[in-house]
Design a protein around this ligand. Structure first.
Ligand code: NAD
Length: 499
């Protein structure tokens, strides 16, 4: 009998009632290991109701106490690191060391959120007028929701609920149906850490549950991370229903390699960031742009020497560099993009199609793939592949190289590798992309800055976590107060000014 995932509503496991399910695979073997229930609108409404009730009390809990719950949660997650990482790998397919990183990067946002007493402080102006003071405070929105992708099932939920709950909101999490177990464990650990029941609910589902979230009047804000078409849909529908929405989408990040770059570092970084996690990272580097023919030729030669050394293995293999991709459908999609690249005339130097791992012939493995002479008009360049595929686009100079990420439909991350500080500085200032790495291949900002791309990589105007996280999950109230000490003068019929 296949294991059945439950929803987590009001601190309890609740069996799905829709009769509709989505399969959870073991990507190493291709077998179905569990099934995720797909919620009805009624089940979503039930979770929202319990969140609303819990939030009424939580909003009055002082920020220091809220921080204590998050602090206890952080310690509990740390003590369950191995269990969480193994569970994550078993459904996602990334290697266990990478899954630890997934949990750890989420925890860093929880650590940041533990500073909420300081972060949520308002502003105060003493004597803005005679006997008049002005102060502003950041109040919670009420109930918020998060809809998350399969590729970071620990980190991205923690980005969202960490900030939402710290600022005094309740939260409904709709995780990816492909790897639902880690989000469920996080919600359980939150209760174990002393979090009130109903404050963090997990409802699984597809478009039906998502639409129910977007139409629910009690939900005031929706945070989304996933592919761009869905992000745009969430943003349009959520804002049309008067919700605050931040919706992060897909990516196609470029790494620009200048002739003066440290090639040893470049090759190491490119191999890790193009093929790590089987390329299923929104901050992966799937496009390399060497500047000048010599740089390009050297890069190709060195990459071709590295690729055979890559070890592709099951997610529990400690020596594997990367594991399988998440599903058979995704493997097929990646392989069809490789075919597209060939049909479009790019040079396929390493072909990951048809890769099989002995003993795991039905696993969803894709070998490392390298294309040279990719051009910007190719469809396989314009679209996100989200697999272990590196495309080399040659450029003659920095100007031509910099135009590529700036003009691409996505604008999540970009990296430049160089020893020239001035060139790097100008590139960072001018490039039309939201997150820039200088000799850093995967520039995911630390938790006290904030994460967000540009163009079709993000809809909405606030980033994830950092101070933008505090802003997104709160609304500002400004109070102007007067405590007159005597006669307050004549009744005023004109707008007061402070001259
Ligand atoms: P996805 O868009 O398929 O799914 C994301 C979420 O949306 C899931 O919870 C899913 O159940 C839900 N969903 C799917 N179809 C829907 C529909 N028709 N209506 C409503 N909801 C729907 O994305 P994915 O495959 O899980 O994740 C990979 C994508 O996420 C890639 O495009 C990747 O670049 C992107 N991503 C972006 C960032 C970022 O911060 N920009 C971070 C991680 C992943």
């Amino acid at each position: 009998m296949t294991r059945e995932i439950t929803h987590f509503i009001n601190g309890e496991h609740v069996k799905g009632t829709s009769g509709r399910f989505s399969d959870v695979f073991d990507p190493n073997t291709g077998e179905v290991q569990a099934r995720t229930p797909l919620a009805t609108a009624e089940e979503v409404a039930r979770a929202v109701k319990s969140a609303e009730e819990a939030q009424h009390e939580w909003q009055d809990v002082n920020p220091q106490r809220r921080a204590r719950v998050l602090f206890a949660f952080k310690s509990l997650v740390e003590s369950h690191m191995e269990e969480l990482a193994e569970l994550l790998s078993s459904e996602h397919g990334k290697v266990v060391a990478d899954s630890r990183g997934d949990v750890q990067r989420g925890l860093e946002v929880i650590e940041f959120a533990c500073g909420i007493p300081h972060l949520q402080k308002g502003e105060y102006t003493d004597s803005a007028g005679p006997g008049i003071d002005v102060y502003s405070m950041r109040q919670p929105l009420g109930v918020g929701a998060g809809i998350t992708p399969f590729n970071f099932p620990a980190m991205i939920p923690m980005w969202m609920f960490g900030m939402a709950i710290a600022t005094g909101n309740a939260f409904i999490l709709k995780p990816s149906e492909k790897d639902p177990s880690v989000p469920m464990r996080l919600a359980e650990l939150f209760i174990e850490a002393g979090g009130p029941k109903g404050l963090l609910n997990v409802v699984h589902g597809d478009k039906e549950a998502v639409d129910a979230i977007l139409e629910n009047e009690t939900i005031k804000a929706v945070s989304f991370v996933g592919s761009s078409d869905i992000a745009h849909y969430i943003y349009s529908k959520g804002t049309a229903n008067n919700k605050r929405v931040q919706a992060m989408g897909g990516a196609k990040n470029h790494g620009i390699i200048m002739p003066d770059a440290d090639m040893d570092q470049v090759v190491k970084d490119l191999v890790g960031s193009a093929y790590g996690s089987a390329g299923e990272r929104c901050m992966a580097l799937p496009v390399a742009v060497p500047v000048g023919k010599d740089t390009a030729d050297e890069l190709v030669e060195r990459m071709m020497a590295e690729i055979p050394k890559l070890r592709i293995g099951v997610s529990t293999d400690k020596d594997a560099h990367y594991g399988p991709v998440v599903s058979a459908a995704h493997k097929q999609k990646i392989e069809s993009y490789i075919k597209m690249g060939v049909d479009e005339g790019a040079d396929l130097l390493a072909d990951g199609r048809g890769f099989t791992l002995q003993g795991h012939e039905d696993g969803f493995f894709v070998g490392p793939t390298l294309f040279d002479n990719v051009t910007p008009d190719m469809q396989s360049y314009k679209e996100e592949i989200f697999g272990p595929v590196l495309q080399i686009v040659r450029a003659d100079d920095l100007e031509e190289a910099a135009r590529l990420p700036s003009e691409h439909q996505y604008g999540n991350g970009v990296a430049i590798f160089t020893r020239n500080g001035l060139a790097a500085r100008e590139f960072a200032a001018k490039v039309n992309v939201g997150m820039v790495g200088i000799n850093v291949p995967i520039p995911v900002p630390v938790s006290y800055h904030s994460f967000g791309g540009w163009k079709r990589s993000a809809f909405g105007d606030t980033n994830q976590y950092g101070m933008d996280g505090v802003r997104f999950w709160t609304k500002v109230k400004t109070v102007t107060q007067r405590w007159p000490s005597g006669d307050i003068g004549d009744q005023a019929f004109v707008i007061p000014t402070f001259q």
